[in-house]
Design a protein around this ligand. Structure first.
Ligand code: B12
Ligand code: SF4
Length: 470
């Protein structure tokens, strides 16, 4: 039996959330390392998780704990890569323990990760079985060259063992090891749920679409879903053991398989739980019958990625739908009575001031319950990243080594600025997007009229404060 300490890199909340986000802090469980831990335990290994974000742990405290383990496994998306490197380096120096790096950053840019002297292994893609096979092989002193999905160092060179095929039947994976997470510290995303605690759930992996800005290296394009029966089992656990009043379904695209979604909704209704939920979907992968089923099963919010109000830009990012489709789906969703979280991006490659103005007016026309306007960030490995590197528009190609979100790309400091706009102009348009969307008298009145419970007032006050602080 090998022992593995899995960590979310330590980041203090004051460093992680700034401006509006500091008010509406999202406290979401890191399911990635929880899946990894579950498969390690299933294979007979010992796993412990320290969520350095939720627990606000120090690097020193994690290092002290690390000396009791055979391996430390760290997870990081690109936004936290620097902090994960800092933690890995300190742990290595303090303990000499072997370090395994997995997650979106390692998968997008494994050569950078494995080139760090304090990192011994980089795991790419779905990591559960790779790390568990690696731990077993090392423990039994067997060769690791057969463990697919792994980068490691050998005699001064880097070895890649080859792609690990995507898991075909994801029902084979055990449920994430929530028993190892500090579940009392997670309340969920207040921006997506009216009732707390909201627990997180993943019911499918992969998205068949191909938007240029989206990092899909982990789960790829083949859509693989849990059976409705397995989804019920996990929901049962969340409602029973973890007292969920709401569930945040974080699938990239929950409604790809409409038949499956209809079945899930029907099964949820039969169980008669006191439960609401939210999910993410594409405007062209949903229709009225599905929306009605979602509503009757307790769906309170759907997040749609609209991205832009300029059809030219929508086409250039390969979004694959028209503005009229967005209008149509928003109307039906609003008629059915489900709240909408609209995601918009500002500063996409090729955008002009006029395109962003179109995005702002489109957001106002669509009138979602909540709108977020995010600066475009070129995540490594995406087509959008390659595009802005090729056009010499990205001055700092490894910007993630200079700080963690929100040090970069937040409010005042977009990492990328399209050629035809100045940085100051982009920041002003971003601010304008928030102000002009939220400070509309009609919008404010609608929100006030939607108040049903004391909780709604609390959430609304927080939301308002978040806008003011932004
Ligand atoms: C939920 C979510 C969030 C939640 C928090 C998630 C959390 N606490 O972990 C919130 C809303 C807070 C969030 C925020 C952000 N997110 Co986010 N998020 C997601 C989402 C939708 C699901 C994550 C998830 O649970 N996946 C399911 C698990 C099972 O997958 P996983 O975590 O990747 O883990 C697997 C592998 O990566 C690997 N693995 C992971 N860790 C480890 C560790 C070891 C040791 C090993 C061996 C393997 C391993 O094995 C796991 C099982 O197969 C993903 C999209 C996606 N499809 O994953 C985006 C995603 C991770 N987010 C992304 C981004 C960009 C962000 C933001 C930077 C957005 C922004 N502009 O602000 C911020 C980050 C800053 C912040 N303030 O938190 C990108 C990351 C891209 C990248 N290269 O880093 C993703 C991939 C979306 C995308 N397609 O572009 N996010
Ligand atoms: S942005 Fe959404 S629809 Fe586009 S590829 Fe990513 S997950 Fe799929």
């Amino acid at each position: 039996m090998a022992s593995v300490l899995l960590i979310n890199p330590p980041i203090l909340k004051k460093d992680l959330y700034k401006g509006g986000a500091a008010v509406a802090q999202t406290k979401v469980e890191p399911l990635g390392i929880a899946y990894v831990a579950a498969v390690l335990e299933e294979a007979g290994h010992r796993a412990r998780i320290i969520d350095g974000i939720a627990e606000e742990s120090s690097i020193e405290a994690i290092s002290r704990e690390a000396q009791h383990f055979d391996f430390v496994g760290t997870s990081a998306c690109t936004a936290f890569a620097k902090r994960a490197y800092d933690a890995a380096k300190a742990i290595k120096e303090a303990t000499g323990v072997e370090v395994i790096f997995g997650g979106p950053h390692a998968t997008a840019i494994p050569s950078e990760v494995i080139s760090q002297e304090f990192i011994d292994y980089a795991v790419v893609g779905e990591g559960e079985y790779t790390i568990s096979e690696l731990a077993t092989a090392l423990e039994r002193k067997k060769p690791i060259s057969k463990v697919k999905g792994l980068y490691y160092k050998k005699a001064g060179t880097t070895v890649f063992t080859g792609e690990r095929p995507f898991l075909k039947n994801i029902d084979q994976i055990p449920m994430p090891a929530r028993h190892l997470l500090p579940m009392h510290l997670y309340t969920g995303s207040e921006a997506r749920s009216r009732r707390l605690p909201s627990r997180s759930l993943i019911t499918s992996r992969g998205c068949p679409f191909n938007c240029t800005f989206c990092d899909k290296h982990i789960f790829g394009r083949s859509f693989r879903a849990h059976s409705p029966e397995r989804v019920m089992q996990e929901m049962e656990l969340l409602v029973g053991k973890y007292k969920a009043r709401d569930i945040g379904i974080w699938d990239d695209n929950f409604t790809v398989d409409k038949k499956r979604v209809l079945k899930i909704c029907e099964m949820m209704k039969q169980r008669n739980w006191d439960l609401t939920f939210s999910c993410e979907a594409r405007v062209d992968c949903i229709d009225e019958p599905v929306l009605r089923a979602l509503k009757s099963a307790g769906c309170e919010y759907i997040a749609y990625g609209v991205e832009s109000g300029s059809q030219r830009i929508l086409d250039s990012i390969r979004k694959g739908f028209s503005k009229s489709k967005v209008r149509e789906t928003f109307k039906v969703t609003q008629n059915v009575g489900i709240g909408i979280r609209g995601y918009f991006i500002v500063g996409l490659p090729g955008e002009t001031k006029h395109d962003i103005e179109q995005t702002i007016s489109f957001a106002k026309e669509l009138n979602p319950t909540i709108a977020t306007f995010t600066f475009f960030t070129p995540w490594p490995g995406t087509d959008a990243y390659k595009q802005v590197v090729k056009s010499h528009e990205l001055s700092k190609q490894s910007y993630w080594l200079e700080g963690v979100v929100p040090d970069f790309n937040f409010l005042e400091d977009p990492i990328y600025v399209p050629k035809r706009i100045t940085k100051k102009g982009l920041v002003e348009l971003h601010k304008k997007a928030y102000m002009s969307f939220y400070l509309r008298p009609g919008y404010m009145m609608q929100r006030v009229l939607s108040i049903r419970h004391v909780e709604d007032i609390k959430m609304m006050a927080k939301g308002f404060l978040a806008i003011v602080k932004s």
